[in-house]
Design a protein around this ligand. Structure first.
Ligand code: SF4
Ligand code: SF4
Ligand code: FES
Length: 224
């Protein structure tokens, strides 16, 4: 007989509920299933009102972040265990259940000028040389899928006029450390209060793509 698992899921429907609460569901547990498989089982077999986001099921769209047993993770990437508690990502506004508001994050990130800025050089001169050494951190930062798991793990308060958050600094690294970029981005580090980082490494421990946000923040601090 197939083993049964038990999952406790954060539920909140602002149209109906006065406050968030948990609901517990059973699911058929199989080795190799992911946290997302559990959510899909509950939605498809038990409660079709359960809301959450996902797209690629392959670790790349960054849309399926949740907190599983107190650890931020990509639900399509994280192996399920028989006893699970699933919460929405911390530091985000919950729209409903595990669904989080994306527009607050995208508007904050939109201010970071995440494009290559050429003010002095003739951008039409091709090809442009970039050394392997300079390219390495840019390549690593480019693996970020903006899942915001690192932000959820960070003990600092993140937001407008507060700490930018590890995910924002990772995105900034791609341009800040690019020798071809000509914009002085130091003011973005100051505005993002980079000095608030306490280098606890929690962001690095949860990153599903081994981007090492703490190291990226150290590189930015050393580079300015
Ligand atoms: S650095 Fe890692 S944890 Fe943070 S948003 Fe990017 S992929 Fe996600
Ligand atoms: S190392 Fe810095 S950015 Fe990362 S979790 Fe700790 S305080 Fe937050
Ligand atoms: S569903 Fe795309 S990263 Fe998980």
């Amino acid at each position: 007989m197939m083993e049964q698992g038990k999952v406790k899921i954060f539920r909140f429907d602002p149209d109906k509920d006065k406050a968030p609460h948990y609901e517990t569901y059973s699911f058929p547990f199989e080795n190799g299933m992911t946290v997302l498989d559990v959510l899909l089982y509950v939605r498809n077999h038990t409660d079709s009102t359960l809301s959450f986001t996902y797209c690629c099921r392959n670790g790349h769209c960054g849309l399926c972040g949740v907190i599983a047993n107190k650890v931020p993770c990509l639900s399509c990437h994280e192996a399920a265990v028989q006893e699970l508690t699933i919460d929405p990502l911390d530091k985000q506004t919950v729209v409903r259940d595990l669904l989080i508001e994306q527009s607050i994050y995208t508007s904050r990130i939109g201010k970071l000028k995440l494009f290559m800025c050429r003010e002095k050089t003739d951008a039409l001169v091709r090809p442009e040389f970039i050394s392997t050494e300079s390219f390495e951190p840019i390549k690593i930062a480019s693996r970020c899928v903006e899942c915001k798991c690192c932000d959820a793990a960070c003990p600092l308060e993140i937001g407008e006029d507060k700490f930018l958050g590890p995910s924002g600094f990772v995105l900034l690294t791609r341009h800040f450390l690019d020798p071809r970029d000509e914009l002085d981005r130091n003011y973005l580090l100051k505005d993002g209060n980079i000095e608030h980082c306490i280098h606890c490494g929690r962001c690095t421990r949860v990153c599903p793509h081994n981007v090492d946000p703490e190291n990226m923040i150290s590189r930015l601090q050393a580079h300015r």
